[in-house]
Design a protein around this ligand. Structure first.
Ligand code: 5AD
Ligand code: SF4
Length: 407
């Protein structure tokens, strides 16, 4: 979601003639888009704010803006700790962020400027819903992002169309739980059908999915609509039914495994990626072993593994955080090692094959592209290829990226 919000702000600002810079010393304004989902993300944001505070002491003209989930949760606290911060905009107010940031500069913008062309990018994000009603017991999102709201489907399709007119070829539809999208009589599967009719749009991806709501209709669309990518991010969190229950995930491991089997039968070559939390309160060695076994059985295309950290307001803070930090680190490392081993096996199988990829960007003559099931592929090429499908023969494979030659 944060990538999407940053993308949206970037587009608005570039329409006003502003541009992204790589160095603090070149910036007029620093916008820090924050996440509060894990404690580590907040600590990172605080240490970054410490660094820009020092910079501002020598460069007082620079404006510092903090937006997003952490701004929502800790607004006044941030202001108290860092008087260098000029503006704080919480996640619930993100739609007004661009205007409020621009007001910092007290500039009058003519309406002409709003119509300036937006920088063309091949892959763009579109938010289809905000907030979440699921209240997984570890998760801060319902508290900082608020209740689940689905955005008008016409607005979404219009936004996608205008991005495609500006050069986008792939759209990633975003929501905390896209499977529960419902705007009047339009559900997520029918929203995808509408988006797929957009001319020149080549690919549609979406995230994040909740296993309790993933419908047969969606699996069918993935199987039949050629523009829909064969990749799904389906957070499992744990494979222990006991832990899933206290996490309030509302599905069992058996149900989860059933979905994987359905997806793999219906969508050949589909890549399933996931999120896993280790060290949740009450997670015993046996619970952890269940999760590790599931990782070996399912063979995810990739995964993110997190050490549990208690988040304020959540139900899990009432439970004893009883897995010692060192043990969380150990479990984290074991899952990561296993996942890397599997990823290597998967990518090695792709050696010598020819993959159809969509070329997304080029830097120093190297094209970054992606397979339909989400693997990154790098190849030498020309900028004329950007936005087009190309065939690449795979010559080298690493855990997270493949390398090859255009054929
Ligand atoms: N501790 C650790 N990981 C968490 N996540 C969410 N909340 C927490 C927490 N309190 C992870 C989940 C989620 C991902 C975005 O972040 O795995 O799917
Ligand atoms: Fe958090 Fe659960 Fe909602 Fe995902 S579905 S955002 S983990 S509460």
């Amino acid at each position: 979601m944060n990538v999407c919000d940053s993308d949206m702000l970037g587009s608005v600002f570039s329409a006003y003639g502003a541009s992204k810079v790589n160095n603090l010393s070149e910036a007029d304004v620093v916008i820090l888009n924050t996440c509060t989902v894990r404690a580590q993300a907040e600590q990172k944001a605080f240490s970054y704010l410490g660094r820009v505070k020092e910079f501002k002491q020598k460069n007082p003209c620079i404006k510092i803006v903090v937006i997003g989930c952490m701004a929502e949760r800790l607004g006044t606290n941030i202001k108290k700790r860092f008087n260098s911060v000029d503006l704080i905009i919480g996640a619930k107010d993100i739609d007004n962020a661009a205007l409020r940031i621009m007001n910092l500069f007290r500039t009058n913008y003519s309406s002409k400027k709003v119509n300036c062309e937006i920088k063309s990018e091949i892959v763009r994000y579109v938010t289809i819903m905000r907030g979440c009603d699921n209240y997984c017991s570890y998760c801060a999102v319902p508290f900082v992002r608020g209740r689940e709201i689905s955005i008008n489907c016409e607005t979404i399709v219009n936004e996608c169309s205008s991005m495609v007119k500006n050069g986008a070829r792939e759209i990633i539809l975003l929501g905390q739980n896209v499977n529960s999208y419902q705007y009047k009589d339009v559900n997520f599967a029918s929203l995808i059908k509408k988006a797929a009719t957009i001319e020149n749009l080549e690919r549609i991806r979406f995230m994040t999915n909740h296993p309790k709501d993933l419908s047969d209709d969606l699996i069918k669309i993935m199987a039949t609509e050629p523009k829909v990518c064969s990749h799904i991010h389906l957070p499992m969190q744990s494979a222990s039914d006991k832990i899933l229950k206290v996490m309030n995930r509302k599905y069992s491991y058996e149900h989860y495994l059933g979905l994987i089997n359905k997806l793999r039968t219906a969508v050949p070559g589909v890549s399933v990626t996931t999120d896993i939390i280790v060290g949740f309160p009450g997670e015993t060695d046996e619970d952890f072993e269940d999760t590790l076994k599931a990782v070996k059985t399912i063979r995810f295309g990739g995964l993110y593994v997190f050490r549990y950290s208690p988040r304020p307001d959540t139900k899990a803070t009432e439970m004893t955080d009883d897995v010692p930090f060192e043990e969380k680190k150990r479990r984290h490392a074991i899952i990561l090692k296993e996942s890397n081993k599997i990823s290597i096996e998967i990518v090695l199988e792709m050696l010598g094959s020819t993959q159809q990829v969509l070329a997304e960007e080029i830097k120093n003559g190297i094209i970054k592209a992606r397979t339909k099931n989400g693997r990154k592929v790098f190849t030498e090429g020309r900028k004329e290829y950007i936005g087009k499908h190309i065939n690449v023969n795979i010559k080298e494979a690493k855990v997270n990226s493949l390398f090859g030659d255009i054929v």
